[in-house]
Ligand binder design. Sequence first.
Ligand code: NAD
Ligand code: UDP
Ligand code: UDP
Length: 343
Amino acid sequence: KYYEPHQVGFQSANSGGKIPLGLKSKTLRIVVTGGAGFVGSHLVDRLIARGDSVIVVDNFFTGRKENVMHHFKNPRFELIRHDVVEPLLLEVDQIYHLACPASPVHYKHNPVKTIKTNVVGTLNMLGLAKRVGARFLLTSTSEVYGDPLQHPQVETYWGNVNPIGVRSCYDEGKRTAETLTMDYHRGAGVQVRIARIFNTYGPRMCIDDGRVVSNFVAQALRKEPMTVYGDGKQTRSFQYVSDLVEGLMRLMEGEHVGPFNLGNPGEFTMLELAQVVQETIDPNARIEFRPNTEDDPHKRKPDITKAKNLLGWEPKISLRKGLPMMVSDFRQRVFGDHKEEEG
Ligand code: NAD
Ligand code: UDP
Ligand code: UDP
């Protein structure tokens, strides 16, 4: 049996996400690890806007100060350069634990560091949650399902992960992080939440992080061919970042531990994605085929019934609606970069 959550300073703790997120009894102190990254910085914006005090903990491996700079003058915002692999002492009410590179290119760059971040980093943040009685939310991933043999993926599916492959540092790292989270919950009574996030895109993604949406958008803007790996028939389901942030906050404030799939069930082949990018940016954008990477999952699509029923959450922004918002951010940054290079 799971532990019941008790009040940690906000009225909606037992509301199952039904009370609007704005209705709180007091300002919360919230840590967001990885808060200078893509997803983290959008989450920080929402928490600050809601009136909470936010401490971002980030080592800037893939995050950027520019993503959170607009909060620097706000007394409710603090930024700490810190690697979560090292212990950290803070007094807080909630911990959103996002610190971990998410792009395959980044997490394969130093696989042992990726495992340490997922295992030792998560252990430290759980130790912190235990010491101060904070609620802890882990951002796990659809990669825990590996190259799935069930489609779409339901939370009860245990997955099909290669334990010794090039993606294992991330997949197995996150699986261990989930295990640690549940063991701190069962063993030490820590209030925990687990989100399994599916491919997410939006403004502030690293331009050259190697993920497919950022690659195609940057390539089409620069008039370079879009690089489709393999035959392009593999599928992914793409979620706009604001939908994810809403899901994470509902999960944190609801009464259910999870795991919950948070993703948009709209499924696309990589060739279909390239077509949507063509429609959005440049109908003449070319496609170039490249060899696929090792252990690439063939398909991925979330079953979000559980999140719909228990969190009252579902994504609102389709790929065709979300992509233009990302493109305008990329347009500014890609052409801004060019100006810098020229000048
Ligand atoms: P990101 O790379 O933009 O952000 C990760 C952040 O963590 C960066 O700011 C980075 O500097 C920081 N970080 C990395 N290692 C750290 C360490 N050891 N100590 C402190 N900070 C560290 O990636 P993102 O897309 O924002 O992903 C955020 C979280 O969501 C990750 O945990 C990722 O696994 C998870 N996730 C994301 C997606 C997605 O599609 N974006 C999908 C599944 C899961
Ligand atoms: N930890 C931390 N901050 C805290 C409390 C703990 O970083 O406020 C780290 C601590 O250094 C340890 C890990 O979290 O490495 C697990 O802590 P826990 O108390 O659960 O285990 P123990 O210290 O007994 O191994
Ligand atoms: N991909 C692609 N071209 C690229 C980058 C990626 O075709 O320039 C493919 C990749 O092979 C995978 C899918 O897009 O099948 C999603 O890759 P991504 O790295 O974005 O995320 P993943 O879901 O694999 O973690």
